[in-house]
Design a binder for this molecule. Sequence first.
Ligand SMILES: Cc1cc2nc3c(=O)[nH]c(=O)nc-3n(C[C@H](O)[C@H](O)[C@H](O)COP(=O)(O)OP(=O)(O)OC[C@H]3O[C@@H](n4cnc5c(N)ncnc54)[C@H](O)[C@@H]3O)c2cc1C
Length: 422
Amino acid sequence: MDFRDSPDEAAFRRQARAWLEANAPLRDPHQVEPGVFENWPDAAQMQAARDWQRRKHDAGWAGVFWPPEYGGRGGTIMQQIIWNQEERRVLTPPAVLLMGQGHVGYTLLAHGTAEQKQRWLPPTLRGEYAWCQLFSEPGAGSDFAALACAARREGDHWRIRGEKIWISDGAYADVGFLVTRTDPDGPKHKGLTCFVVDMRAPGVTVRDVRHPNGGSHFSHVRFDDLRVPDADRVGAVDDGWRVALTTLMYERFFVGAWGSSGAFGGPQLRHLIELAGRCEVGGRPALQDDAVRQRLAAFTVRARAIEHMSYRVLTTVSQGGIPGPEGSIVKMEFARLSQEMTNLGLELMGPAAMLDGADAPLAGVFQAALLENPCMRIAGGTDEIQRTIIAERLLGLPQESHVPRDLPFRDLPRGGGWRPMA
Ligand SMILES: Cc1cc2nc3c(=O)[nH]c(=O)nc-3n(C[C@H](O)[C@H](O)[C@H](O)COP(=O)(O)OP(=O)(O)OC[C@H]3O[C@@H](n4cnc5c(N)ncnc54)[C@H](O)[C@@H]3O)c2cc1C
């Protein structure tokens, strides 16, 4: 592991930092920020996000790793990561356009035709398309290969019928990356096909699903005979599992790499130390209490360990390798650590933990985290699924037992959901 930038990377970082500092104010590390799952942006915030994206694009900083023919900078994946780290240092509009430039965009780069890439990628980098990822269903989350949303070919179009749930950014997405079932007679992993769909087309209904904290961040999406041109199919018919795995691989990679941006743990630890400086335990400042100090020290060690695990992901990639299950460790550990830090914050507040929002200490950042943390242990693969990945791929334990992989989807034992399309 080598944490230092190479000379080229250091030069790139200086250049990126100079542009960012000239174009946006620095982020105040002590500022309490809204949680990731608080709310979707209003029209003004959405426009601000699109404008910021356009500004980056026009200055040549959008899609650092993407090929220039699709509007990107043609840089390395390490330069992309350095850019992400530097962009976090400045105050920008809400990051609501990330999915298109992140795991969905990378999937299109890997599996889209030249014509599709030309059609979808440049507008994405210009901030014209907000994307969502349409994978999960009421009966297919962890085991998303069991999905039932059906697509049937009708000439040069497909007819799509079914539902998706927990769709982040669904309410304002312009386009969605959808996985459907095209062959119910084949094994569940073999009969899937991916499409890009227009989220405003007739036949698409998006409903708000509330988070425990009252925030609106994800949606339930219904497709009632949505017509999608075959030209919008991504990858071969019935080869959607391979395409979708690319999306999931990039999602885990970005989560894994994000740990190196200082976004994980750092702000929460700072808030916790600030709080411990203001609260009392046993009649003296909490910061002088041995038990509190030990817990703060243990959190610091774990946060650093996560950060270093994240560097490991980056080192693998910078050396041309494919990241392994490290992303699962980063994601799982951070979600647990965040929950434990939140618990200490609320303990320190005593009865004030019952307050909320502006009335609460630190503008209610820990109260908000209490309701938001469980989401982090589910989104992008639950803790249990991450543990299975670690067990099988890191520890070499025997594979989890499954129903036979060659059983036709139609005959799988499963809950309601799939019905043959009339
Ligand atoms: C904030 C948030 C944002 C999300 N955004 C999106 C999105 O944009 N697009 C999208 O498609 N989906 C999204 N999801 C859905 C997410 O991917 C699923 O919730 C997740 O994969 C779990 O699926 P599930 O909810 O159906 O739970 P289930 O899979 O039904 O799991 C229920 C419980 O059983 C456990 N379990 C299941 N299978 C196993 C197993 N094999 N071994 C051990 N334990 C198991 C799980 O760990 C869990 O505790 C989001 C979810 C959240 C919380």
